[in-house]
Design a protein around this ligand. Sequence first.
Ligand SMILES: [Zn+2]
Length: 104
Amino acid sequence: MMAVEESFLRCTACDQEAEHVVVYAGRFVSEIQCTGCGAVTRLDVSDEYLPDLRQRISSKPGRLMRRFRRDPGELATSLPQRTLSKPLRMVEEFRTVWRSRRED
Ligand SMILES: [Zn+2]
């Protein structure tokens, strides 16, 4: 679910061209970190990510669950382990998590 790539970009914080660690949530970029200055840019992908997650859960549950365990990210670690075996319940937990973040 969470994938990481490195890209050579111009940093918006330090204005240097440097390697950036790009974190994907599904198909969408969720976080970009400059390896030069450490600045982190977070993107709110909840509107695009949740329907995408639901679609992938319904189509490929086994693959998703394996990747979920192998690459536990910020979202994964916020969920209790037992929900990993209950995809639909997990979607509802994601919705709750995102809703609560937005209300902060
Ligand atoms: Zn930077």
